[in-house]
Ligand binder design. Sequence first.
Ligand SMILES: [Zn+2]
Length: 254
Amino acid sequence: MLVDSHAHIYDEYYKNIDDIVESAKENGIVKIINCATSINNIENVIKISHEHNFYYALGIHPEDVTNVNEKIKEKLENYIVKNLNDKNFIAIGEIGLDYYYGKENKEDQIKLLEFQMALAKKYNKSVIIHSREATLDTINILKKYNIKGVIHCYSGSYETAMEYIKIGYKLGIGGLITFKNCNLKNYINKIGLKNIVLETDSPYMTPEPFRGKQNEPKYVLETAKFLSKIFNISLEELGKITTKNCYKIFDIKD
Ligand SMILES: [Zn+2]
C-alpha cells in the first residue's frame, strides 16, 4: 500500500498512461498525486487525473515564472475555483523557488510563490513545494502562512529538514536517496519516518537500480524498499506509515 505523492503524468511525457497505471497497481501503488507545473498543462492534468482517479495539485512551477502575468494568475485561480469541490483536487502545487539557473528573476519567483500561497490559504488547500538553492527564502515565505504541505524531492541537511517539519511540512523522499552520492541516507533515520512521504517526481529522478530510465510511479517501490532497510522495518509497515502521513498532510479521507 504505497502512494506516489508527486508525479507528472501527462501527455507531454507519456504515451502509454494506461500501462503506467497498470504497472503501478501491480507494484502496490494505490494512489498517485499528479502535479501541474504550468498554465499550459493544468487542463491535461485535470483530464488525466479524472480518467485515472488520481489525486491532483494545481499550480505554476517557478521555472515557468517568465510566462506568468496577471491574466495567467487569474486563469489559475479560475481553475482552482472550478475544481474546488472535486475531492481529488488536494493541493496547490507544484510551486516554489528555484535559483539553480540564476537569481535574475528571483523577485518574480517570490511574488508568484506568495500569490499561490495566498490562494492555498484562501481556498484551504495544502501545498507542494519545490525549493532548489533557495532554502532561506523558501522558509521565510512558508513561515508567513500557516499552511501544511510537502517539501518535494528533499535532499537538504538535517537542520533544514527539522525547520520545515517544525512549521508543519513533511518531506517528499524519492529516487534521489538511492543515489550513491546522496548524503540524506546518512541522517534520514534521525529525521524519522513520521515526517516522510514517498514520491517519484516521474518522469525524472528514477531510483537505483533503474537510474537512467524514464521514471514512473511503479518505482516508488524501489525507494520504499531502500528506506525499509534503513529504518529496519517491513515494507508493509513502511507503506502503511508513509501513506498515512500523506493522507494526513493533504486531508485525504480514504
Ligand atoms: Zn515535480
